[in-house]
Design a protein around this ligand. Sequence first.
Ligand code: KIV
Ligand code: ZN
Length: 384
Amino acid sequence: MRTIEIFDTTLRDGEQSPGVNISTNEKVEIALQLEKLGVTRIEAGFAAASPGDQKSVAEVAKRVKNATIVSLARAVKDDMDKAYEALRNAENASLHVFLATSPIHREFKLNMSKEQVLQRAVEAVTYAKKYFKEVQFSAEDAARTEIDFLKQVVEAVIKAGATTVNIPDTVGYMTPIEYGNIFRELKQVPGADMIRLSCHCHDDLGMAVANSLAAIEGGATQVEGTINGIGERAGNAALEEVALALETRKDYYQATTKMNLKEIARTSQLVSRLTGMIVPGNKAIVGANAFAHESGIHQDGVLKNVTTYEIIRPESVGFKSNKLVLGKHSGRHAFKEKLIELGYHLEQEEVNAAFAAFKVLCDKKKEISDDDILALVDAKMERG
Ligand code: KIV
Ligand code: ZN
């Protein structure tokens, strides 16, 4: 069983979600919770982006003791100097330096040749190594980079001392098979087995988690992502989904994380509250409906044995229990259980009459509350 390292970038790429701005104190609160969650690397921000970000990275670096604290930097000395300043008091620090490698970025954004990109990447890693033992290099837009050139860059930055090389799918363009194959290729690069090979996926086509899992199959040893999948545009790979996919399908992936899964619900709720980004009800693992059953057939199955319709126990990710939601698709079995939970022990005939009244009410209301059921049964009883 392989252990996959988790690199959380909620405080950096996650904060790049349009409209999100996390204060220094809030960043510290989230970072401390991420540490409880068992994340081993926390990207606290982009120190050169603003004085506020530099302060946040410094504060997180001061307060978090076990996880490695990371600051992002462009491949320019001033950015790396600012990151170094911010990370001065960290128990464990790492610099994350990035430079785009794809033809589109080389031509339209950087106006640099392949040779210039290669040289700048090596110079940046060499400079960063003066300050940091741990240096991560990211080839921005790696997924759209010519594979032979990407291999050249990866080999060169490893030689320059990079301890992690990250292969971002910056614009969420990959399919799982394509992305997994990039990692299979990069595994062949000299020195690749001595470093962390990291994946970083965006969700533009809704494949960030699938692509991250494909990268693990292809040989990635680190996964980057955010809590609740927040991030630039459509967001990043949701770390709670990656962790649960590995845990639930250990038999298939033969890989696990060191995450304390019971802290997932609390972490998700904290990030949602402090970023103001609402978690959709149908979001996997942490959505309000992730462990709710409405259909009568499903409710009957779950009441007989939860494994009929649940592949994850809600308690295992920190929720109290599953929910049987009463609505028009619900059946007699769940309705009767609800009556017992509310303190009624009715004869079967009384249950049948209350159930019929409940179904009529369901056509008028989307979700039926406990108070609705109390009112309905009491009215039935009064009428006899
Ligand atoms: O998506 C991306 O390419 C990034 C890099 C800065 C790692 O976020
Ligand atoms: Zn990103």
